[in-house]
Design a protein. Structure first.
Lengths: 717, 492
């Protein structure tokens, strides 16, 4: 850990604060709410402190080797300072606003916990000095902000959360692939070294750099809401709580833009091919977002689509920055300023929408119509935001859009000067102006619906609402409004300085001659857009998107075809059906008749077959022996009677008679068995002996024999 | 420290476990005895790692130059430490989990014996010793799968037995060939192949390597021999977690590491068709495991499929055939053990506390069991590979190794794509479970969750420690990486 610890504190303080806030929430709710406000203000102070020392030292750096293995590298220069401060500022304002907005919400502890975690991660992204650090914080940010999206836990929120998470994770993974490719080819991920490293990559591995760039554009673009990965944006922003939508829209998308800008400025500096890709994607995003916004009849959805469109403007700037090469000052400044503007504007507009939502719990234009009719403060603040985003001269959006427009014009002039066809660039210029017009049109639509028209039934109730927002909330919306207005009215004092500060990051230089924002030539573009805007609003929106309901009341119609949704049309089917299902089916098949089972069965069957053969072989041998040497005798002699003597003798004689039978007495064989005969004799003898031995006469006879023997002994010896 | 002490940590649990059923202790005292036994063993094992004897210890001579010998080298130390640290915690968890089960004494007897046998694998000095312990591991752990004694469990244990014994047979073939064609059967980083003897038989030896890779890989559930693992998840959770996420399957992966880097030698295989083949096998397993996990709705089986894919991460890293690959393999060996055991234990805690087995029953459960699901979510994020968690470090290592190998073996680039695909699938199958628990759709069945609470400290302590380890390693793993780098370079 070494370097300037201001950065460390600025990034890691919110992480610590998140836990503190969570624990305090377990104790007391009021305490937690106040602590949260304190923490976001403290974070702003820390950031201001870091900015202050950055001004003194010129640049801040902080490295923590070994953090998450590859090490953490934070850096603060002009642009990072600007965006770090904007992030802290936005969190501060929404934090202050949150207390009233969330007064009746459940699970606030969870929300605040992730709210602060995301703050740390977002600041981390903006202060990152190498892509590894960017990636770490980027992923953390993606996941923690998921909790915001699904905070309501309603089906719509869950569905939006699903696609948000899916795109965040897929984007993260693709980006990771890009980082691998980049590190492999260039050998470094540090942003300041990338340009030289990329130039030194041999030509045969240039493809790897482009592949890496493509992957990273995918990852960062997904977060920025770039076409065709914008699908999550119009869904996730409206369902999140308003302070969260303000942040999602105003600053989280900017982390994606930040990445795209770094990739463009460092890896592909002045690379026209890359510039074209970014430019075209930007143009589609810009126009598509505005188109969706024109059709939308939901306040927050319109704002979300508008965000997408504004990101498109910024990407156009990024593309022009590449195409213009060395002379890209206008594009660089326009890009940066439009980012800043858009952050501030969306902060105001979403919080204003939040005020409406927390009073009515509705967002459909037909329901909230007339809510702001007699609320001058809210009306004024919303109007400032609307004018600014519409690019009306005198407001800040005008300045940045003018710069972007001028950069397109300049490139067209350059092409013409080189004698190359400039038709495409002219078409882009016109799309740019038309989109500007559409921006004005949908903002008019919102403004008229909410602040001019009257609600058919509930207007009295709306007007009667006193104290529809508390002083804290007023403060939270008013401060950015004032800043925005100052930026618009004094562009030379404020915006030019911000651009001077930040342009070094994108390797832009101050333009050769100062831009006169209010010159006639520059005003022309804005006036064209204004005219187109009026035309679209009165000629299209009032005619086709406003109709009558069954009670003959005027209503805003939702005519956007529901099937025309990239998510349902393309992504879900591809991901679910094509990818997961088919893979799973194949795998299941493998599982069910997998190789091993087949092989095993084959093996077993062969073994059984061989075994049977061996078995039969053995049987055959046995049979052979039994029929030859070990032939069993046909007759069986079972001698149950007789003693051993009679059996042995009898068997000898039997064998002898058998021999005789086979040889001599073949004609008249001796049939009887000697064993039996002897046994019978024995039996008879045995019985007779017993009879004799127990009889009296036998005893007398023995006595007589004894007497006789005694007599003989006496006579002769 | 004299090398004779190496025998103690191996023998102590085997003998202690075997004696336990004879002692007829009441449950409480038995548990105390067991925990002390396991902790003493762990302390001895860690002590022998800390004061590592340079020499090996020859228990007895089998025949000729084949010895039954124990020795600790770098890789062995890593695996020994991993087991020694996880086992006491898992035992603690098992006490609570098994409280209401029958036949616990015989269960714990085998459970403890498995500990000794696994340490034996980690400490084996040569292939013969490892092979013997490897076979022994099958035999002692088969009872653990069978323990519920249901028809399903018996069937699963039979399948487990078939696969393992079959695999070991292949491993035996390689053992014979290494005796013939190698200088020695001892483990030496860089391989023991005798160039003079293998001269004309390179192709044959590559075949043998592939066979052995599959043979030892059976325990690591490598495709297509992965079938036993999901089936074995019928076993009690401590078993599925410890054995089928750490001990048994990691022994398989460990054995493959030994085989690849310490017997055949990475140089011998690098660039050959066998290299191509093993890399393909690992990739297929990863794709298979992670895709099947998405389809699976049974919580523990889903984790089992996840194990299949994660083990093959290790094998994929091993198949890079470079020191960086070995490093990556070891780091995933360690980190996956911690995070998978954490997620298995969470699933087990859910099963134990609520009886819920399927992912779609988890709705809103996190509010009832906040501790368990916090741990589970941390482990899930880590498995996905979100930066800041341990899993990211090892996956980054694997991918870096793949990129490095890719420079002269372009097929390795595909490995990175496979890793990313698998990470996506992991996100789907792990996060859906976590999301269901934390963010139930409005109107879920609240009633079914009534009365469910977090488990007691015996279960919570291991869980908490695992989650902490995942976070700490995720944020700062430099010391560990330095160690593993030294092991991979052979300087430890």
């Amino acid at each position: 850990m070494n370097g300037d610890f201001e950065l460390f504190y600025a990034v890691f303080f919110p992480f610590a604060a998140a836990f503190l806030c969570y624990l305090s929430g377990r104790v007391h709710k009021m305490l937690r709410d106040r602590l949260l406000q304190l923490f976001v203000i403290l974070e702003m102070a820390l950031m201001a402190f870091a900015a202050f020392s950055c001004f003194q030292k010129g640049m801040l750096e902080f490295a923590w080797n070994g953090f998450c293995m590859q090490g953490l590298y934070l850096k603060m220069d002009g642009f990072r300072l600007l965006y770090g401060c904007i992030a802290a500022f936005m969190w501060m304002m929404t934090g202050i606003f949150s207390r009233e907005y969330f007064a009746h919400y459940r699970n606030r502890n969870r929300y605040y916990f992730f709210y602060l975690l995301t703050l740390g991660a977002t600041v981390g992204v903006f202060l990152s000095g190498d892509f590894y650090t960017t990636f770490i914080f980027f992923e953390i940010m993606s996941l923690t902000s998921y909790v915001w999206v699904v905070h309501d836990e309603k089906p719509a929120a869950m569905k939006a959360g699903e696609i948000y998470l899916a795109i965040a994770i897929v984007g993260g993974l693709v980006m990771l692939m890009g980082l691998f490719l980049l590190q492999d080819a260039a050998g470094t991920l540090r942003m300041s070294e990338l340009h030289d490293a990329v130039l030194s990559v041999p030509a045969d591995r240039q493809w790897q750099i482009y592949a890496a760039g493509g992957c990273m554009l995918f990852g960062f673009g997904a977060k920025a809401g770039m076409f065709p990965l914008h699908v999550w944006l119009p869904k996730a922003h409206p369902v999140a709580p308003a302070p969260a939508s303000a942040l999602l829209s105003g600053i989280l998308t900017k982390t994606g833009v930040f990445g795209v800008l770094v990739v463009s400025a460092e890896m592909f500096r002045y690379d026209p091919q890359w510039g074209k890709v970014v430019l075209y994607l930007g143009v589609i995003t810009m126009f598509g977002g505005a188109l969706l916004a024109v059709f939308s009849i939901d306040l927050k959805r319109t704002l979300a689509c508008s965000s997408m469109s504004q990101i498109g403007f910024i990407l156009v700037g990024a593309g022009m920055m590449e195409l213009l090469g060395q002379e890209n000052a206008l594009a660089v400044r326009g890009t940066i300023l439009h980012m800043v503007n858009h952050s501030m504007i969306k902060l105001i507009l979403f919080m204003a929408a939040g005020v409406i939502y927390m009073n009515l719990h509705k967002l459909n234009l037909n329901d909230i119509r007339g809510f702001g009719k007699n609320k001058p403060l809210l009306k004024g603040m919303f109007l400032m935001g609307a004018l600014s985003i519409g690019g009306i001269p005198g407001w800040s959006g005008y300045v940045s859009k003018t710069l972007l427009h001028e950069s397109i014009v300049e490139y067209a002039a350059e092409l013409v000067a080189h004698g190359e066809p400039a038709l495409r660039i002219h078409i882009i210029e016109w799309i740019f102006l038309i989109t500007g017009g559409m921006t004005i049109a949908y903002m008019i639509k919102l403004f008229i619906a909410v602040f001019i028209e009257e609600h058919p039934d509930r207007q009295k109730e709306f007007d009667g609402k006193k104290g529809y927002m508390n002083p804290e909330s007023i403060f939270a919306i008013l401060v950015p409004t004032v800043i925005l207005v100052c930026m618009g009215f004094f562009p030379y004092l404020t915006m030019n300085r911000a651009a001077d500060l930040a342009q070094g990051f994108l390797h832009g230089e101050a333009p050769a001659h100062a831009v006169h924002y209010f010159s006639l030539g520059n005003l022309k573009g804005a006036l064209i857009s204004l005219a187109i805007g009026a035309l679209v609003y009165f000629g299209f929106i009032r005619k086709f998107l406003v109709g009558k309901d069954e009670k003959e009341r005027q209503v805003y119609l939702d005519v956007w075809p529901t099937w025309l949704d990239l998510e349902d049309l393309l992504y879900r089917p591809t991901l679910h059906k094509a990818a997961i299902m088919s893979a799973a089916c194949i795998c299941r098949d493998i599982d069910q008749l997998y190789l091993t089972r087949k092989v095993l069965r084959a093996l077993l069957e062969t073994a059984a077959f061989l075994g049977r053969i061996c078995d039969h072989l053995m049987d055959g041998i046995l049979l052979f022996f039994r029929s030859t040497t070990h032939k069993s005798r046909t007759e069986k002699h079972v001698y149950l009677i007789g003693t051993r003597a009679s059996r042995t003798l009898g068997r000898i004689l039997d064998n002898f008679t058998a021999l005789l039978n086979r040889t001599v007495c073949r004609k008249k064989p001796i049939e009887h068995s000697f064993v039996l005969m002897f046994a019978e004799w024995e039996d008879v003898m045995h019985k007779t002996n017993r009879l004799i031995s127990v009889s009296l006469s036998f005893g007398l006879m023995l006595a007589a024999v004894g007497l006789a023997m005694t007599l003989v002994y006496l006579l002769w010896w | 420290m004299s090398s004779i002490y190496l025998v103690l940590p191996v023998l102590l649990p085997i003998v202690g476990g075997a004696l336990m059923p004879l002692m007829h202790l009441p449950d409480k005292r038995r548990n105390l005895f067991l925990e002390i036994l396991v902790i003493v063993t762990s302390v001895l094992a860690l002590l022998s790692v800390y004061r590592r004897p340079e020499e090996g210890f020859i228990l007895f001579h089998l025949t000729g130059n084949l010895d039954f010998a124990l020795r600790l080298d770098g890789l062995g130390c890593v695996f020994t430490c991993l087991i020694a640290i996880l086992w006491p915690l898992a035992t603690l968890y098992a006490f609570e989990y098994m409280r209401h089960e029958e036949r616990t004494t015989s269960f714990f007897a085998f459970y403890t014996m498995t500990y000794g046998v696994t340490l034996g694998i980690a400490m084996a000095e040569n292939l013969v010793t490892m092979y013997l312990f490897y076979e022994l591991l099958t035999l002692v752990s088969v009872y653990l799968v069978m323990h519920p004694m249901t028809k399903k469990a018996i069937r699963a244990s039979r399948i487990y037995l078939y696969y393992s014994i079959g695999g070991a047979a292949f491993a035996f073939i390689s053992l014979v060939f290494i005796i013939i064609y190698g200088n020695t059967t001892d483990f030496i980083l860089g391989g023991v192949m005798d160039a003079a003897r293998t001269g004309g038989h390179t192709q044959l030896m590559l075949c043998v390597y592939l066979m052995a890779f599959w043979g030892f890989g059976v325990k690591a559930a490598v495709f297509p021999f992965q079938g036993w693992l999901p089936k074995a998840s019928v076993a009690p959770t401590p078993v599925t977690a410890l054995l089928h996420a750490v001990a048994v399957v990691k022994s398989g992966a460990f054995a493959v590491m030994r085989l690849t880097y310490y017997c055949f030698g990475a140089d011998f295989i690098r660039g050959s068709w066998a290299h191509f083949a093993v890399m393909t096998i690992a990739m297929l397993s990863i794709i298979y495991g992670s895709t099947m996990a998405v389809k699976e709705t049974h919580f523990k089986r889903r984790l089992a499929f996840s194990t299949i894919s994660n083990l093959s991460y290790i094998l994929l890293a091993v198949s890079m055939m470079s020191p960086l690959g070995l490093l990556a393999g070891m780091s995933h060996l360690v980190f996956h053990a911690v995070m998978k055991i954490g997620s298995f234990f969470s699933a087990g805690a859910v099963l134990h506390q609520s009886g819920k087995e399927y992912v779609d029953e988890l709705d809103g459960l996190a509010y009832r069991m906040p501790f368990v699901f916090t741990v589970f979510t941390i482990c899930a994020l880590s498995l996905v590979g979100i930066p800041g968690f341990a899993g990211f470090i090892s996956k980054w290592n694997i991918a870096s190794a793949a990129m490095e190998t890719g420079e002269h073996f372009p097929y390795a680039y595909a490995a990175v794509a496979v890793l990313l695909y698998s990470a996506l699938m992991t996100a789907v199958y792990m996060l859906t479970a976590a999301i269901r628990a934390w963010f139930p759709n409005k109107g879920y069945d609240v009633k079914s969750n009534e009365g469910i609470t977090d488990p007691n400290w015996e279960m919570k302590l291991p869980l908490g420690l695992f989650a902490a380890a995942v976070l700490v390693f995720g944020l700062y793993s430099e010391p560990l990486m330095r160690l593993l780098r030294a092991v991979a370079a052979g300087s430890l």
